[in-house]
Design a protein around this ligand. Structure first.
Ligand code: PBG
Length: 322
């Protein structure tokens, strides 16, 4: 008998055959594009730490949303940068804040686009922590009503889904109760469930001006060394009513994405964070990586690991490549 009998290369030679047997495909409907919104009009200010991302006023956020939808984009997630910050993050729940106004402007122009909002205090607090602070401690339970109020303000403005990213215990339940009590029982919650205390958020914190003024986030975000704890976080969020669970960051946490995929039948999202993008951009700029190849590889890897949805700054750029 000739040897070898099995030659996996037979199915690799022809590009068409390769496509026929491709196991994982990234499609436009998998991608959620994060954008940063501010108050005002006609503002489109580049964010130095996040190449190709902008601070956008609601009118120009709507214009960008329209452009994104024309290219085949399906969903955005909004981050608000308020005019004023205080120690309680009160501006996060204002009906006239940048996020509610941007939701309305986007919904006016592109009603079919899915508009998701990030819910957290860190963009709105003067100290940059994701919860209320007392004597250097980030308080859990007193933070919950503030997060719930913010989520409600987003739902009232027309958000299609809210996404709490603060990592306080019990916040999914608190938000669910508040939304339900106000008649928003059909607004889903995408929970940042396994969110790690990662060094890869650096560029985002510059963009949002949300770096903690003291200490770090290790008291509420997860230790990168822990896998079983990610299962626990997801189980708790699901028990509290989360509709979609998220792992964040994505690229260095593909084992966790797979773990969570195998744990639940709910949709799993993964957030390819600012530092993951920054590394790819920087390495491509100095000519050591081919940009398009590695961007697509990074996304297909996140899907292959088990993510149904990917939050990624590359979204508008990759749409024409898919
Ligand atoms: C916090 C939040 C962060 C990101 C999304 N939501 C930053 C943090 O936890 O410090 C990071 C996103 C990124 O790095 O792209 N509300």
């Amino acid at each position: 008998m000739p040897w070898p009998i099995h030659r996996p290369r037979r199915l690799r030679d022809h590009p068409g055959l390769r496509e026929l047997i491709r196991e994982t495909k990234v499609s436009p409907a998998d991608l959620i594009y994060p954008i940063f919104v501010v108050s005002g009009q006609k503002i489109k200010k580049p964010i130095p730490s996040l190449p190709d991302q902008y601070h956008l006023s609601p009118d120009l956020a709507a214009a960008l949303a329209q452009d994104f939808a024309k290219k085949g984009g399906k969903a955005l997630i909004l981050f608000g940068i308020p005019d004023h910050k205080d120690d309680k993050g009160a501006s996060g729940a204002e009906a006239q804040g940048p996020v509610p106004l941007a939701i309305k402007a986007i919904k006016d122009k592109v009603p079919d686009l899915v508009v998701i909002t990030d819910v957290c205090l860190c963009e709105y607090t003067s100290h940059g922590h994701c919860g209320l602070v007392e004597k250097g401690q980030v308080l859990n339970d007193p933070t919950l009503p503030l997060l719930a109020e913010q989520a409600l303000a987003h739902a009232q403005a027309g958000a299609d889904m809210v996404a709490p990213s603060d990592m306080m215990d019990g916040r999914v339940g608190a938000i669910r109760q508040t939304l339900d009590a106000a008649g928003y029982e059909n607004i889903p919650i995408m929970a940042y469930s396994a969110k790690y205390a990662s060094g890869f958020y650096g560029p985002f914190r510059d963009a949002a001006g949300s770096a903690p003024a003291f200490g770090d986030r290790k008291g509420y975000q997860m230790d990168p060394a822990n896998r079983l704890e990610a299962r626990l976080e997801v189980e708790l969020d699901l028990a509290e009513g989360a509709d979609i669970v998220m792992v964040k960051p994505a690229g260095y946490y593909l084992d966790i994405v797979r773990e969570i995929r195998d744990l639940t039948n709910r949709p799993v999202a993964a957030y390819q964070v600012s530092g993951e993008m920054a590394m790819i951009k920087a390495a491509s700029q100095i000519g050591v990586l081919d940009y398009k190849t590695v961007v697509l590889e990074s996304l297909v890897s996140i899907k292959r690991a088990g993510a149904d949805l990917i939050l990624t700054y590359f979204a508008p750029e990759v749409l024409p490549w898919l």
